[in-house]
Every structure is written in C-alpha cells, then in structure tokens.
Design a protein around this ligand. Sequence first.
Ligand code: XMP
Length: 516
Amino acid sequence: MKNQLCIVLDFGGQYNQLIARRVRENGVYCEIKSYKTPIEEIKKLNPTGIIFTGGPNSVYDETSPHISKEIFDLDIPILGICYGCQLMAYTLGGKVESCTKSEYGKIEISHSGGTLFKDVPEKNIVWMSHTDFVSQLPEGFKVTAKSEDCPCAAFECPEKKCYAVQFHPEVTHSEYGKQILHNFLYDACGFTGDWIMDDFIENTVEKLRNQIGDKKVILGLSGGVDSSVAAALLSRAVGKQLTCVFVDQGLMRKDEGDFVENTFTKMFDMNFVRVNCKDKFLSALKGVTDPEQKRKIIGTEFYNVFWDKIREQGTDGFFAQGTIYPDRIESGRGNEAGHGSTAVIKTHHNMVKMPDDIKFDGTIEPLGDLFKDEVRAVGEKLGIPHELVWRQPFPGPGLGVRIIGEITEEKIKILQEADAVFRDEIKKSGIESQLKQFFAVLPDVRTVGVMGDHRTYDHLIAIRAVTTDDFMTADWAKIPYDVLARVSNRLCNEVEHVNRVVYDITSKPPGTVEWE
Ligand code: XMP
C-alpha cells in the first residue's frame, strides 16, 4: 500500500531536511523536491499536502526561485515557511517589503486563532530569521499572528487551503513548532499518519522479496549503522541469498571486528564473509606519515580488497548498499531535490563507485528513503544490538586518522586499549548520551615520566570529546574533572606505554573533530 505523501518544495533554505524530518516524525511520509519540479509531475505524485521551504533570496530578485501560480489551483493544502510564506503572498497578489529592522532569533508572537494555532498558547516563542516581510496580504487572506516588528507573522486563507508562517516551526527553538506542523498536517491537510516503521519493515521486506526473487544479493558491511540496518533488513527478506562482505583492515576499535562478526553470524540469517587484511594495510602504510597520503592509501587498499572479494564471490544477482535519504539528497540524486537552484553534488562514502568490469543485475538501496533517526528505529525493531544502532560516527579510515605519524602494529594496540578505557569510563560516568563523539588519539609524542623509581619515556594519549548538532561545528565537551581524573589514572596504570594524558579543548572551527 502506498503511503500518503507530503512534498517539501525546496527553495534553498538551510532547514529543508529538518522540515522533512519533522513531517516524518508526525507519522507522515515526506519527500523533498526541487521548486523547479513541473506542476504536471507534482500532480502525478498526488500529494496530500505541500510545504514551501525558506530560502536565502528576496522574492523581488530576478534570479530568486519562483513558482507557477497554478500550484495554488491544485486544491492541495500548502504551508509556506519564511521565504515560502513571502512567495505565497507575492505570487497571489500580496506585497513583500524589506523590514526596517530584521528579526533574528527567538521572538515572541501572539496569535488570534486559526487552523495552525490549535492548542497553542496565545503568546509563544518562535524562531525568526528574515529581512523581508509580508506587508500586504492577498485578497481573502487574514493575519493569524504578529510579533512586535512583524505584522504578518502568520496568515491563512482556509478557502484556498493556503497557510503561512514567517517563522521556522521546524527548529526546536520554536516552542510550539511541532504542534503547528501537526495542525497543518492533520487539520489542514487531513493526513492519517500512515508512516509507521513497523509497516515500513513489512512493506520493504515484501518489495525486496519481489525484486530479488531467487537471485543473490551482496552487501558491503562496514559495521556502521546504515550498512548494518540494510544487512538486517535484507537478511529478513531473503536470508541466505544475502552475502555480507566485511573488510577488517585492522584499524577498528578494540574487539569491534569480532563484535560485528558475532552479531551478524549469530543473530541474523546470511552468509558472512570477513576479510582480515591488517598485514596488507600495515605494509602499504609502512613509513608513511603524511595524513592525506595515509587516507589515500587506506581508501585505495580498502576498495582493492573489497572489489577483489566481490569478484571472487561472483557478480550474478544484486549489489546492495546502505545509502540513506540524506546521502541521495546531498549527492543530487534525491528525486530532483536540490538546494534551491543549484543542486549540491558531492560523492558520498555510502555510495561507492563500482569498477567498470563489475556488473550486477542492479543496485538495491533498501534505506534510500529514510533519515538517520528512522534507520535507527528500524534497526532497533529488527533486533540489532543497541550498541550498534546507536554507534557514534567512526571515520572510514578508522584509527588510521587517530594515530599521528607512521601507523604501526604497536601503536594500533596502544590506541585500541586507551580508547577502550576512555569509552568504558564515559559509559560508567553516565554522561555518554550528552556527548556526540568521544575517542582517544595517539599523537606520536613521547614524554618523560616517573613510574615507581624508574624514569620513563613513553607515549602521550590525547582524549577528545565533542558536542554538536551536525558535525559542521562542534564544541569540546565540558567533561567533569573527576571523570577526567579517573580516565587519566586508568590510562597511565592500565595501558602499557602510556605515561601522560592531555584533554583536547579545541572547538571546531578552528579545529576539526578528528586530528587528521
Ligand atoms: P571532522 O574531523 O571533519 O569530522 O571535523 C567530522 C565528522 O566526520 C567524521 N569523519 C569521517 N567519516 N570518513 C567518514 O566516514 C572519513 O574519512 C571521515 N573523516 C572524519 C568524524 O569522525 C566526525 O564525526
């Protein structure tokens, strides 16, 4: 059964994916499309509701994204947000002007009722970010909320099924944003809330069975969240027709390779092929100290090993990968979704380039419509261990970017042990959920110390912990001193060749999360 659909029309705003996620959180399936999508195509998709996003432009700029007036004749409810709100007013004959004072940040609005404000207190805080505002409404519209500086903070025309807010209901700073979106989806559009993860699993399993038939499927499993959930879903659909190839380059965290292998061989029905190639990687990395060079070697070796194994397994049947919806959007494959007029094209680690000699019957991306939080929900429902589903991000080159200078077997061992101790202490301290990423680094620095009566000259360990929303910027985490003290004690006492510990107190920018 097909889900009801909400379309988010992308006008280049920074919160577009967030809008789509918020809609999905409301139990409504949603896809992001470019504002350039032809009206005929929108009609064919038969959406139950449409949302116009924000955007950086002014409706009067010649180059700014516009939309055909016809979209308002489709009899589909539309919600305009920020730029989308101004565009709605402008296109339907209203007036937009520059504010004498732009509004940015948390602003109090007061509303006078209306569809969007059901169960919302008269005065509430919203997140504003605009320099233009709607100064005159199109005919038939009425103002439903205002702020001190914005006379049309929200307006609507239920007869035309048009609703608009100058603020951003999708960001958490808007106190009642969730309720406002809920009101649009359920009261204005009449969605039934049929986007449920249990149904997703059932429908996807059925679709995969139909698509795959009695053929084979091969999946590259990294042990990260996305490929693990894709593996579990495919296992449920076709069991032993699935082969997962897991390349262990020896740069994973302590015992991680075994944990991944145990999870997928014991808990799921599939063929599991583990390729242990630590020695091959170590010899390729011998004597190499330049960070970029190291990354390049690790990446190249990884794909050489991976594709060789795939050739060995045979390429009849399908190739599967753990691509998720944001990967498709960011690589410009998100059904024509694009950031305003210029789709951002970047290659993504979840979408690998296949060598020319390898040809499968097709590629399967079972998670291609899901956001990360939905992937995690599916993973939990499929019984993947919590530890794996909620894994913190781990870079493709693994500990290779956390061992500064030449990578040797001894250094890998020291770092794996140190990292395991640090993670264990964080877990025990109860602050784990406040940190987005935390790990140990081996900076290739030796310092003098004393141990009993002996002078030592041994390794320094740096520990890194960050809080962040999106990893584009990050703050170093204010870990309590007593936790830091226990970590430092244990590292020096329990990890051989460590005699000093430092805490990295650099934010991003100017630092990056990883050291290399
Ligand atoms: P940086 O160091 O750029 O890291 O601030 C931001 C986030 O990206 C992760 N990271 C990687 N992830 N392959 C990945 O899959 C990589 O090569 C890579 N490098 C960094 C990093 O762990 C952090 O979460």
